[in-house]
Design a protein around this ligand. Structure first.
Ligand code: ATR
Length: 275
């Protein structure tokens, strides 16, 4: 019998670690599957998805720049995908309808709380950025019931928009928006969800955002210390983390959705750090 087929779709895609992560999950759990990478043409994501499922494909991960398109293309969305406005996981239901989910936020929270042992409840949290990456993780972050969650962004109107969108999920958490310079702090946890470092920039934050004990999480993953984490270390942060754990945990949640089996992630993280 042929193995079930899965893939990640993006453009570009050659750098993606998803095939490696899912192959490691498959060997560890004994699940019979193949996982490949597909580069979709920028103007034909929908056609690529359709062909994949017509060929008998079982599930897709979706990455830059197609997550919003995947969300629009789906016939159904899980609640968390609905709110995220983007999808990173696609599969078909029994009737062949396309279902979209988003496992990014759950992956981030799992890495923070389970792997890193960070207590989110009652924490003062600063989230940097208000683009798709941040929108995708806000629901699961708010579900952890932090005392406050401040969204700081270069374009404050976009942070304001997210505060309005997630107001009904804030519960007792003080949800607020501001520009980088206005984020005074100190904060217990700072999460960088901007792509500023790709342009060689750093968000112009006051040094007061960091206190002794502030934990800093860059959603980007890099073999070296990320630019943002280096900035934080230079200002006294004593704990910095990058997005490798989030990457592996969001993949594990997709794997669980598709296969009904939860892989062990710690061995996979060790493997990737050693690659
Ligand atoms: P993503 O899917 O990675 O979130 P995005 O939706 O384009 O991509 O959002 C990028 C985020 O990084 C935004 O918050 C953006 O700020 P603006 O909303 O003001 O555009 C932020 N960003 C990108 N380049 C930046 C820079 N050079 N300095 C500060 N913030 C930057």
């Amino acid at each position: 019998m042929n193995n079930d087929l899965y893939a990640v779709v993006g453009h570009p895609i050659s750098h993606s670690k998803s095939p490696r992560i899912h192959s490691l999950f498959a060997s560890e759990t004994g699940e019979a599957l193949e996982y490949t990478a597909i580069q979709a043409p920028l103007d034909d994501f929908a056609g690529t998805v359709q062909q994949f499922f017509e060929r008998g494909g079982k599930g897709l991960n979706v990455t830059v720049p197609f997550k919003e398109q995947a969300w629009r293309l789906a016939n159904q969305r899980t609640d968390r995908a609905e709110k995220a406005g983007a999808a990173n996981t696609l599969f078909q239901d029994d009737q062949g309808l396309l279902v979209a989910d988003n496992t990014d936020g759950c992956g981030l929270v799992r890495d923070l709380t389970v792997n890193q042992g960070i207590r989110m409840k009652d924490a003062r949290v600063l989230v940097l950025g208000a683009g798709g990456a941040v929108r995708g993780v806000l629901g699961p972050l708010l579900a952890e019931a932090p005392a406050s969650l401040t969204i700081a962004n270069r374009t404050v109107a976009k942070a304001d928009g997210l505060v309005k969108l997630f107001a009904d999920e804030a519960g007792g958490c003080q949800l607020a928006a501001c520009g980088f310079e206005q984020a005074k702090g100190p904060f217990d946890l700072i999460i960088n969800g901007t792509s500023a470092s790709l342009q060689g920039d750093l968000p112009p934050l006051p040094a007061t955002v960091i206190r002794d004990g502030t934990a800093v999480y860059d959603m980007m993953y890099s073999l070296q210390t990320t630019t943002f984490n280096q900035w934080a270390l230079d200002r006294g942060a004593n704990r910095v983390m990058d997005g490798l754990g989030m990457l592996v945990e969001q993949a594990a949640e997709s794997f669980r959705i598709w296969r009904g089996v939860t892989p062990n992630t710690s061995a996979v993280m060790d493997e990737l750090r050693n690659d």
